[in-house]
Design a protein around this ligand. Structure first.
Ligand code: OFO
Length: 173
């Protein structure tokens, strides 16, 4: 059984994962209409992965005797200055998500909720992968600079790049 505090923290995390999914969907749509089809495919997949993160939390909360709430969401940012702007925003967003996950983990320890603590470890590892990937992509974009051919290849490479393990082995969500 979840404590009220842990239940509230998990519900707050559900909202964050849902907002992440919306934010990356908006980025995908921007990229799609700015000639970046590979980037857009990557971001659509990333958006789907975040939805899976949300679903895993919803199921966990309900299975543990709590009640998951589906949140209302604010409209995400619509326009971006560039592809680099997209990935910088994505990294900034993920850094915030990591901080929030760490807070949930911390609360689990305080509440001696080792089951939820164990469940959250998946999110902890996921965040390491996501932040590393975002930093790698930003480094590549810095190297490419204004080289159009480089940008073309970067976008093409993203066509089939999976964001993280998130979408692949989430069979239960
Ligand atoms: Fe990348 O945020 Fe989910 O966990």
């Amino acid at each position: 059984m979840l404590s009220k505090k842990v239940e509230a923290a998990l519900n707050a995390q559900i909202e964050i994962e849902a907002s992440s999914s919306q934010a990356y969907l908006a980025m995908a749509s921007w990229a799609e209409t700015n000639g970046l089809s590979g980037t857009s495919a990557f971001l659509y997949r990333h958006s789907d992965e975040e939805r899976v993160h949300m679903l895993k939390l919803i199921k966990f909360v309900n299975d543990r005797g709590g009640r998951a709430h589906v949140p209302a969401l604010k409209q995400p940012q619509k326009d971006y200055k560039s592809i680099t702007d997209i990935f910088q925003s994505l990294l900034e967003h993920e850094t915030g998500v990591t901080a929030s996950i760490n807070n949930v983990v911390d609360l689990c320890l305080k509440e001696k909720d080792y089951t939820t603590h164990n469940f959250m470890q998946w999110y902890v590892s996921e965040q390491i992968e996501e932040e590393t990937l975002a930093r790698t992509l930003i480094d590549k974009l810095e190297l490419i600079g204004s080289d159009k051919a480089g940008l073309y290849l970067f976008d093409r490479d993203l066509q089939n790049l999976t964001g993280t393990s998130g979408g692949a082995h989430d069979g239960n969500a």
